[in-house]
Design a protein around this ligand. Structure first.
Ligand SMILES: *Cc1c(COP(=O)(O)O)cnc(C)c1O
Length: 407
């Protein structure tokens, strides 16, 4: 089928109109910062003018601000196969990694290792280095090659920390299998779902996952710096004393007691006052997703990436792009990456043409496919732009080689 025919048969096509996207831009970076739902502007204005401006402090109760972390958590839970009361929207992914790792470590106090893979998203690795320092190196990080994680699950391993869909390659792990292997080895597992929530079907419950975290501003379209989410399986919640024991995680924050007593449920993983404006925008993005069928999202995501890979083949042969993502669709998330030694400059030339992807050092061009607002026609057009960038040597301009702070 042609891209036009694929779009005509696309059941998700009506969602496109729910997003504000600039004219002339083909946005293939929703895996890094999701596009803005049109409704976000009105909702933010309402929170600022009415709830904050007029309601003032009464809005904590009257406008439901106080319940937002749990309410939005329960909504995100539906997208990743978690139950009610197992998810909270709070803090950043980095902070939530710290909280879940500390919780998971406390389940097996006799073990001393957090196992992860080399080349994991940096914050995942860095947060563990902080835990190493904090514990006087009693807890240590073990980093192995991506294919060696399962084999390294020895009886020293307390926690396995893995990203479900890799941020560079888009490789997707088998969550159920890896979780089972971790459990058989006596370890617990923390899944980073930053590139999974809203991108691929996830079932934390059937996988038996222990903890999970993820971003609100990527596929969930929650806005720049949106609050993240944290999942803790019900069976663990009562067992773990939160490492960041803030007053919002207290059983009765407004009792103002000197003694910390964690909330009975997932609320114990909250720390401080939730960022209400960010929560409001996040909820708009999540609500949109609740209207979509995740099976349709997955099927369109694969259709978009299949078309992209197919059309890129001649360019790979002619210009030396190397597919860095799995060919096998079952192993591919919702992005496609290519390696190219001139990747940075090529991406800048594409962006100047209105095709927005991003670059990840040292040589990865990354293209995210967001089925709610990206069409097959756009994907085909993006490859046409790429061909022109390469054939005219357009990328080879000095201004495309100057590195910006954010790539
Ligand atoms: C984007 C991303 C993060 C981001 O963490 P922040 O605390 O929001 O900056 C963490 N982990 C992975 C795997 C990511 O892709």
């Amino acid at each position: 089928m042609t891209p036009e025919q694929l779009d005509a048969a696309d059941p998700l096509a009506p969602f496109r109109d729910r997003f504000a996207l600039p004219e002339g831009v083909i946005y293939l970076d929703g895996n890094s910062l999701g596009a803005r739902p049109k409704a976000a502007a009105g909702r933010i204005a309402q929170v600022v003018e009415r709830e904050w401006g007029e309601g003032l402090i009464t809005s904590w109760n009257a406008a439901g601000w106080i319940e937002a972390p749990r309410r939005i958590g329960d909504k995100i839970a539906q997208l990743v196969g978690a139950g009610n009361g197992e998810m909270i929207a709070c803090d950043s992914t980095s902070v939530n990694i710290f909280k879940t790792l500390c919780a998971a470590l406390s389940l097996t106090p006799e073990r001393d290792t957090i196992l992860s893979e080399r080349g994991n998203f940096p914050t995942d690795i860095y947060m563990v280095q902080g835990i190493e320092a904090l514990t006087g190196r009693r807890i240590r990080q073990q980093l192995v090659e991506p294919g060696e994680v399962e084999g390294a699950m020895g009886d020293h391993v307390a926690v396995v920390l893995l990203t479900h869909v890799h941020y560079k390659t888009g490789r997707m792990r088998d969550m159920a299998l890896t979780t089972r292997l971790a459990h058989e080895a006596g370890a617990s597992i923390v899944w980073d779902l930053s590139h999974s929530a809203g991108a691929v079907p996830v079932d934390l419950t059937s996988a038996g996952a222990d903890f999970a975290v993820g971003c609100g501003y990527k596929y969930l379209n929650g806005g720049p710096g949106a609050p993240a989410f944290l999942f803790a399986a019900k069976r663990h919640q009562q067992k773990v004393m939160p490492a960041l024991s803030g007053w919002f995680g207290h059983a009765e924050p407004f009792a103002f007691d000197d003694q910390y007593r964690p909330a009975p449920g997932v609320e114990r993983f909250m720390v401080g006052t939730p960022p209400v404006l960010g929560m409001a925008a996040l909820e708009v993005g999540v609500d949109l997703f609740l209207e979509a069928d995740m099976a349709q999202v997955r099927s369109k995501s694969l259709s978009l990436s299949r078309l992209f890979i197919e059309r890129m083949k001649p360019l790979c042969a002619a210009h030396g792009f190397q597919l860095a993502s799995p060919e096998l669709e079952a192993e591919r998330g919702s992005q496609v990456s290519y390696r190219h030694p001139q990747g940075y400059a090529i991406m800048q030339a594409l962006i100047a043409r209105g095709v927005v992807g991003d670059f990840r050092a040292p040589d990865i061009l990354r293209f995210g496919f967001t089925p709610l607002y990206t069409s097959h026609v756009e994907v085909a057009a993006a490859v046409d732009h790429m061909a022109q960038v390469m054939e005219g040597g357009e990328w080879d301009r000095p201004e495309y080689k100057v590195r910006a702070a954010v790539t």
